[in-house]
Design a protein around this ligand. Structure first.
Ligand code: ZN
Ligand code: ZN
Length: 353
């Protein structure tokens, strides 16, 4: 007689445990996978120099990599579509990180998450059993305690378990053993499942997280295309940037010629030159804001300090710029000889300052 009862007890515990793990496994898998993207984004921010500061820091790294690769098409994209260029730059870094790290870091993060959840479940099993024994609780009571203990560590809704809560569990200690025994194989399964998931699925999510930290204003100087360095999108006040570029970078030319303008915005605003927009309206550079529109939203103050970067760029890609914009570096747009002596190393050193 007692043998029969024990057998029935064992069967019902087994059904209960099977069902519970059937529900727990996907929840564990989702929870662990959900933690991966923030973990990778966090690690990239901590370990990749391009991502461990604000957007100005990222831009420095972008400029360095552009100079290193010397690809004019990349420069063109950066100059004319900076926002999408940055997005792609971040994305390429994430893809590289994920493919290089697939064998080690991602595996380590996964292992840590699996161990955390495993410990949380194990302690939930033990604690729920200990309390249930004292109170001689029902299956429903045990499940309440179990879900409470897991709490925020696992997104596991108690309501999914209503179909087993009325099951009769006589031997709560046996339930604990059965649950604990199933833990290891379940966790191995979850880990393998996560490892086989395509990391590419996460790239977009990680990119969004990194971009949020590296956001800022994307407005470009209407003359030279330098990107506003304000860290707040849609910020109040004027757009501004510490360093402008020679206006030829954005294709500006001297009136009635096809000669590039190699002057910097910061020197032009102190000059007696004026500019003409498509509507034919003449505006002195000194009072450039009068041109209205985006011109009115920029603060460009006279300044003679310049970076070597764009001087090197103009010399290095002279032919490409002339072809692309159909203008020439001649006449008032003649490139100063001193610019041609600037080396790529000078430029990279200058950026590192
Ligand atoms: Zn400018
Ligand atoms: Zn701005």
């Amino acid at each position: 007689m007692s043998f029969k009862i024990s057998c029935q007890g064992a069967t019902s515990v087994k059904t209960f445990v099977d069902f519970l793990w059937h529900k727990l496994t996907p929840a564990v898998s989702d929870t662990i996978w959900g933690k991966m993207a923030p973990k990778i984004a966090g690690d990239m921010r901590a370990t990749c120099p391009a991502f461990n500061g604000n957007r100005a820091n990222l831009e420095k790294h972008v400029l360095i990599s552009l100079a290193e690769n010397e690809n004019f098409d990349d420069y063109w994209e950066y100059i004319h579509n900076p926002e999408s260029f940055f997005r792609n730059y971040i994305q390429r870094h994430i893809e590289r990180y994920c493919s290089e790290q697939k064998s080690n870091k991602i595996k380590t993060f996964l292992k840590i998450s699996v161990d955390d959840i495993k410990n949380a479940i194990l302690s939930a099993i033990h604690e729920s059993t200990a309390i249930s024994k004292d109170k001689s609780s029902t299956a429903s009571g045990w499940l309440d305690l179990f879900c409470d203990h897991l709490g925020s560590k696992l997104n596991f809704p108690r309501k999914d378990l209503v179909s087993i809560e009325h099951q009769e569990i006589k031997d709560i200690e046996f339930l604990k053993e059965a649950m604990s025994e199933a833990l290891d194989p379940a966790m191995i399964k979850v880990e393998q499942e996560c490892l086989s998931k395509p990391v590419e699925d996460m790239v977009h999510e990680i990119q969004k997280m990194l971009s949020e930290h590296l956001c800022g204003c994307w407005n470009q100087c209407p003359f030279c295309g330098a990107i506003c360095t304000n860290t707040i999108p849609n910020h109040d006040g004027d757009h501004s940037v510490p360093f402008h570029r020679p206006q030829a970078v954005r294709g500006w030319k001297w009136i009635k010629t096809d000669h590039f303008m190699i002057d910097y915005c910061t020197s032009l605003v102190a000059s007696d030159c004026y500019f003409i927009l498509n509507d034919g309206l003449k505006t002195p550079h000194k009072t450039y804001r009068q041109a209205g529109g985006e011109y009115a939203t920029w603060s460009i103050t006279p300044d003679t300090s310049t970076q070597t970067y764009w001087k090197w760029f103009v010399c290095h890609f002279r032919k490409e710029l002339e072809e692309k914009y159909q203008k020439k570096f001649t006449g008032r747009g003649e490139i100063p000889h001193a610019w041609t002596n600037i080396t790529k190393q000078n430029v990279l050193d200058d950026l590192e300052k």
